[in-house]
Design a protein around this ligand. Structure first.
Ligand code: GCU
Length: 427
């Protein structure tokens, strides 16, 4: 934050904190003509690399490790190490959706020198499936019980996103996010779906104690000296959920798709980049520090993000606030880290805060790395068309409407997964 901003913050906070907050966020640019001239770092190269890669092997051996290192050191921070012990315990299981699914609620307990934390995975899988089932795994915003109306799903306390205050849920909280989790549609197409309440991994509020309450709190400080923020913690949680899915004989550990919306779409991208077991990746409306190019400064910017959510990223990133052009990398390079695995990015037409155009631009750039791996069905800016999904080696759609994740989005994720998990025409 520069001096002028700092003083306006001070004055406005004293006069009216809410009005001030709105006025800062109102500074977002929504005018293409005001996007500054910028030069993107070459996706075939890496910070400190002398020459661009000209083959997949070169890119994988020489470029990829450096790009990943830069995301770890400069943007999200390093994931915590594996912990001393991870325990999986089936707390409950039974029939769901009128016998169409098996419901499992599995407690994942992670422990290390300073203690333990537990998070609960809700898993629905198609009843009587032949062979191993592919699975979509994603974190949720409001508790597992909010994702459906099934009364057997345990009610879990939720956490206020500003104060961290813990709220005891009631029956009325069931299903409040059900439209974001069309389980029956996925089950009918042969997919299992697994979800975890993200605040059980890192309670999402910007006060210092949230980190201590999170999974970071189980490690002795020297073990996580260069730890990242909340996004790195959620990403680590996804990897522990994959550890658990790998132990289930009916789940196909080779066909694990990870998905996430918004802040959890930023998280899913980082999970795809850091965990090779992710076989297909979906990032929905993930915007700033997710799919959108930072250098465009359209909609939310790093400065605006740090103002509202200072706990999400690595603390070292603050030096780039307002100076995105100095960042060693940009978000197209995060997507490239997922290559050659299938990657699906979405935008929504009215979600200007997330910079829809910048999201597709990043994917088009990242596609150059997919091309090194032999991919030929790749998107261009011509795919920036409302509700005309592009489904190639990577995929994209621009849904009509607001920031959200809806049945339309899921239908496309399932179509995309069908192509890559089963092959065209095999279903
Ligand atoms: C805010 C934030 C976004 C984020 C979104 C969400 O709008 O500015 O970066 O994606 O919340 O997670 O819902």
């Amino acid at each position: 934050m520069n001096k002028k901003t700092f003083y306006s913050v001070l004055v406005a906070t004293i006069v009216s904190p809410a009005a001030f907050c709105a006025s800062i966020l109102d500074r977002a640019n929504y005018d293409e003509a005001k996007v500054p001239k910028y030069e993107l770092p070459d996706v075939l190269s890496a910070p400190g690399c002398v020459a661009a890669a000209s083959s997949a092997v070169e890119w994988t051996e020489r470029v990829r490790p450096r790009v990943l290192e830069s995301f770890e050191n400069d943007i999200y921070g390093k994931l915590p190490p594996r912990c001393a012990s991870t325990k999986f315990e089936i707390l409950e299981q039974g029939e769901a959706f009128g016998g169409k699914a098996l419901r499992r609620q599995i407690r994942i307990t992670v422990s290390d020198a300073k203690g333990s934390r537990s998070f609960d995975m809700l898993l629905f899988s198609p009843m009587g499936a032949k062979g191993k089932t592919p699975v979509f795994l994603g974190l949720n915003f409001m508790g597992n019980h909010s994702t459906c109306f099934d009364k057997n799903v345990m009610l879990a306390p939720t956490c206020d996103r500003k104060t961290g205050e813990v709220k005891q849920p009631s029956e009325a909280d069931r299903g409040t996010q059900a439209k974001r989790w069309p389980y029956e549609a996925a089950l009918a197409r042969g997919y299992a779906v697994a979800t975890i309440y993200y605040c059980q991994i890192y309670p999402d509020y910007p006060l210092p104690e949230s980190a201590q309450k999170s999974i970071y709190g189980i490690f002795s400080p020297d073990k996580i000296a260069d730890r990242g923020g909340a996004i790195a913690a959620w990403t680590w949680g996804i990897s522990r959920a994959i550890d658990c899915l790998e132990t289930l004989p009916d789940i196909d550990a080779k066909r694990i798709a990870v998905l996430g919306h918004s802040r959890l779409g930023k998280t899913s991208l980082y999970a795809g980049a850091t965990d090779g077991r992710v076989a297909l990746l979906v990032s929905n409306n993930s915007g700033c520090m997710g799919s959108a190019l930072s250098r465009r400064k359209f909609g939310e910017t790093l400065e605006l993000m740090l103002f509202q959510f200072p706990h999400w990223l690595d603390s070292k990133i603050a030096k780039y606030s307002g100076k995105e052009e100095d960042m060693p990398i940009d978000q197209h390079q995060l997507m490239a880290l997922i290559a050659p695995r299938p990657l699906y990015i979405t935008s929504a037409s009215e979600d200007l805060w997330a910079d829809p155009r910048g999201e597709l631009m990043a994917l088009v750039e990242a596609s150059k790395v997919y091309a090194l791996f032999g991919a030929r069905a790749l998107p261009s800016m011509e795919n920036f068309e409302i509700e005309k999904p592009f489904m190639g080696d990577v995929g994209y759609h621009l849904r009509r409407g607001k920031h959200d994740i809806l049945e339309y989005d899921w239908k496309n994720f399932l179509d995309f997964a069908d192509i890559h998990f089963f092959g065209p025409g095999k279903r």
